[in-house]
Design a protein around this ligand. Structure first.
Ligand code: ZN
Length: 96
């Protein structure tokens, strides 16, 4: 009896995470259409993966896989270094 109860609880604990997680599992947009190449010069494209304050969004919010999220974040960082994209919102403010 005790063992059965333990098994039940362990199963319920294991099953608790999976259905909730699977709801949030989405396929990577960049894996689906492979014509798109991630380029640091294409700032209009990289702008999608950056928040309103130009922070790089998480892979979960971008709906990207690990590989593409890394590529995108590297491209954004490269674009920032080459002054194609701002680091912060304050850099976009016009000063007259
Ligand atoms: Zn991908």
């Amino acid at each position: 009896m005790v063992n059965e109860e333990r098994r039940k609880t362990s199963e319920s604990v294991q099953n608790m995470g999976s259905p909730q997680r699977s709801r949030y599992l989405m396929t990577c947009n960049l894996c689906q259409n492979k014509n798109i190449s991630i380029d640091y010069k294409n700032t209009d494209f990289l702008r999608k993966f950056v928040s309103g304050t130009f922070k790089i969004k998480s892979g979960n919010r971008n709906t990207l896989c690990k590989m593409h999220q890394r590529d995108v974040s590297e491209a954004v960082k490269r674009a920032r270094f080459m002054a194609l994209m701002p680091y912060t919102r304050l850099q976009t403010a016009k000063r007259s």
